[in-house]
Design a protein around this ligand. Structure first.
Ligand SMILES: *Cc1c(COP(=O)(O)O)cnc(C)c1O
Length: 400
């Protein structure tokens, strides 16, 4: 993890908690003590030597880091460029999310918190949170929409096996947004003993910056591994899928200020960007306040959140984190999108060419490799955010 606080970069958060015009902390009065405590203490806590030691020891022996950087020879031949896969799919629990939950539970302990809450859509972040709560022996409540509880039985069971209580959110559409509201309500009711583990680079400042820093281990490792394998620590392209944007933020982090490295963020186009069934936030969104942060999200004329759609649960989010809204606004990153069908084709392609069955989310990043404009000698790193085990029901249904 970078030791500097890096406030001078125009792509990093500034001291007020903004990325350009995006970010901030638009929170109810009752949460001011919690958020201010976090804002004042998070950098000091996470860059403390003992914290770094414990964090990196767990990433190594519990998560299995560093994850390999794998030269995908057959995929490279197919796209006529040099493709490396950053294997976050090999992390304990099957994706990058655990990098963040480990960081946040260590932070919670140092803040003296004795109870953890989280919200989850498909259940992946809930599982990653329940996992670290078991590890650290802290009680864990995960809010989940009632509809999602029905749709995601295996992840509900996993959370329960890990000792978490899964509490249904029964208001509104009974999905992620409602679970988020319930979690916020819980935090307001329990401000002193509880830490709320947010699962992506979203939410009020300092969450987006804190989560990006925990996930930045991904690009820190990429640099070392590229140096060993190619002699140059900088690739020509880094490609990552974006739901809220945590795996992309981690994969981009140490390359943000090197404009020679092209950053490609891939959103879910669902049935097609303009089909009314999509999650292509930068194409369809407008600025507003979502999840206590000023950012781009899909909204109606009068500012109501539009329900997103993606075949991949992890990309099925109506907004993007403020760091990405700014990368889009400044054109530092290129935003592309892939449809459900293209993602499924990419799953099949990666399985057959490299023997790797990716998560549906990660397949969106594979799906754009024919359109980024990479030359035969270019080095392209794709962040393979997770593995496909969790998506097998979809693959059974959709792939012949
Ligand atoms: C949750 C998830 C994502 C999307 O979340 P980000 O915060 O955008 O990274 C992507 N890939 C996988 C495998 C996930 O589980």
């Amino acid at each position: 993890m970078a030791q500097s606080t890096n406030f001078k970069s125009k792509y990093q958060v500034n001291e007020q908690g903004y990325y350009g015009q995006f970010g901030g902390a638009y929170i109810p009065e009752m949460l001011h003590p919690n958020i201010e405590e976090l804002q004042q203490k998070y950098l000091e806590i996470i860059y403390d030597e003992a914290f770094q030691h414990e964090f990196h020891a767990l990433l190594k022996d519990y998560v299995g880091r560093p994850t390999p950087l794998y030269f995908a020879k057959r995929l490279s031949e197919k796209f006529n460029t040099q493709i490396y896969l950053k294997r976050e799919d090999l992390c304990h629990t099957g994706a990058h999310k655990v990098n963040n939950t480990i960081g946040q539970i260590l932070l919670a302990k140092r803040l003296g918190k004795t109870r953890i809450i989280a919200e989850t859509g498909a259940g992946q972040h809930g599982v990653a949170t329940a996992t670290v709560c078991a590890l650290m022996n802290l009680p864990c409540v995960v809010y989940m929409g009632e509809v999602d509880i029905q749709r995601q039985a295996p992840n509900v069971k996993r959370m329960q096996m890990l000792g978490a209580e899964v509490r249904p959110a029964t208001s509104g559409s009974k999905t992620l947004k409602d679970a988020t509201n319930e979690a916020m309500r819980d935090w307001i009711a329990n401000p002193t003993d509880t830490h709320y583990i947010i699962g992506s680079v979203v939410g009020p400042h300092p969450f987006p910056d804190m989560v990006a820093r925990f996930q930045s281990v991904i690009s820190e490792e990429m640099k070392q591994q590229l140096k060993e394998k190619t002699g140059n620590e900088n690739p020509n392209y880094v490609v990552a899928c974006v739901g809220g944007g945590s795996n992309a933020a981690g994969a981009f982090y140490h390359f943000l200020d090197n404009e020679a490295v092209q950053l490609v963020a891939v959103e879910a186009a669902g049935h097609g960007v303009h089909s009314g069934m999509s999650a292509a936030t930068t194409q369809l969104g407008r600025i507003g306040v979502l999840h206590s942060s000023k950012t781009l999200f899909m909204q109606t004329e009068d500012g109501q959140v539009i329900e997103p759609h993606s075949i991949s649960a992890g990309l099925d989010y109506p907004g993007i984190g403020p760091i990405h809204a700014n990368l889009f606004d400044t054109q530092r990153a290129t935003f592309l999108s892939a449809t459900d069908t293209e993602a499924l084709q990419a799953v099949q392609l990666l399985a057959r060419t490299e023997g790797i069955i990716p998560a549906l989310e990660s397949a969106h990043a594979i799906a754009v490799l024919d359109r980024i404009g990479a030359k035969p000698t270019d080095v392209v790193v794709v962040n393979l955010s997770g593995r496909g085990d969790k998506d097998l029901d979809t693959y059974i249904r959709e792939l012949q």
